[in-house]
Design a protein around this ligand. Sequence first.
Ligand code: FAD
Length: 455
Amino acid sequence: MHTPSRQTLEGWGRYPRVDSDVLRAESRRDLVSAVTSNGEHPVLARGLGRAYGDAALLDGGLTLLMERLDRILDFDPETGWLKCESGFSLDDLVRIFLPRGWFPPVVPGTRFVTVGGALASDVHGKNHHISGSWASHVRNVELLKSTGEIVFCDAERNPDLFWATAGGQGLTGIILSMEVRLQRVESGAISMETTRFRDLEEFLDVSAAHVDWPYSVSWIDGLARGKSLGRGSFMAGRHAPAGSKGKAGLLSKLPRALVSGRFLESNLLLNGLSARMFNAVYYRKQFSKRSRSTVSVYPFFFPLDAVDRWNRMYGKRGFFQYQFVVPPDPQHLALKQLLTAISESGTLPFLGVIKEFGTESHPGLSFPRPGVTVALDFANTGQNTLELFTRLDDMVADAGGRVYLSKDARLGVDAFRRMYPEWEEWKRVRDEADPLNMFQSELGRRLGLVGEMPA
Ligand SMILES: Cc1cc2nc3c(=O)[nH]c(=O)nc-3n(C[C@H](O)[C@H](O)[C@H](O)COP(=O)(O)OP(=O)(O)OC[C@H]3O[C@@H](n4cnc5c(N)ncnc54)[C@H](O)[C@@H]3O)c2cc1C
């Protein structure tokens, strides 16, 4: 086993940054030995570091990089059940399985995540209204506990621990492997329909009209106010039938990043003028009122992956993504209040997306709940950004909604407890699984999810 090296780590939003001992695990033996011989030092598993805030950060402890534990352990071509190690990435999964006619059951907006990270965040995708989130498609998890014991969690064995681990942000133990069910697809193409909407009401009408499409998401102009509040562009998609638009090419061709954000590292996205220009141009030019097309899965599911390390474009201070969900409400009062507060604040968002979640939700700290979710990117311009978020937190909690922990770096304990009333039950299961409080993270400490390790 290699010795750990001291490194500065950050999340995708580049805020905050911490120093940690970092070990790239090569085998499960490395993991067991790191956990059992680590004495009083806390430990955290880290996938590809795509959580925006501090979920994958541990100040002063031992961070275990999981990406080398990426073996496929079993695959049943009759049913689509895949057993793999937790460091297996969705990038590799799509690259290996799409040419064979299989696709992940759920994908987030980037393919550079591990399956372990996907379960620890219980990620959702454009098909939440039909397929739910990642954990809905997992039947079995192998978990390494702080005692060094390896346990199986599924519907029969340790079901509470299974649901505490799904969305549990790495705080119940180290996910070693899982069985996840892939879906069959006939091609690597997506038939897509785009519809522009003028306001929030029109968004909900268009969304209702496309409810039987397996995938949907919308870009929203977070700066629009008054009569245009909530305007944007709705994208619906479904896997195209065999033979669509050069099946072979689309199935196997992997796009390279077109440009690297590293070279654009500047404060390009920091000022309000560029935010206004971006949103206005996007609304007018990007989409005609209604259009149909067939595209590869890559631009449809992972448009931002075309710019390698695009997070650098926000400069060294980084950025935040504020993602919330509020319950269904025929009058959309909370949604209107939130969007108005954002567009009228001096703190302007760049990219925004809006989507209606389906009815499925999971216990514990899993984020998706029935209702409408909105995610907006804000440059970190200091105190005013944080103050805006605190005001939004109150509105979200008052409405019975919640913010997404995998995107968060600053939520306070009180607001968190209002948003996640199941936190106590989740913590009971976690504390039982990890009585030593070995698994810690900055997010876990900030939100009071973990206690101190015994001295
Ligand atoms: C551009 C972009 C788009 C995104 N779009 C979406 C989206 O549409 N929907 C969505 O739900 N999320 C989305 N995300 C968030 C992302 O999917 C999640 O944060 C995911 O968890 C990242 O996976 P990762 O492998 O990078 O994990 P990391 O970021 O490294 O870690 C995330 C959490 O998982 C834990 N973890 C990782 N591996 C293990 C393991 N083996 N055992 C135990 N715990 C582990 C970590 O401790 C940490 O708490 C997006 C992120 C980006 C950057």
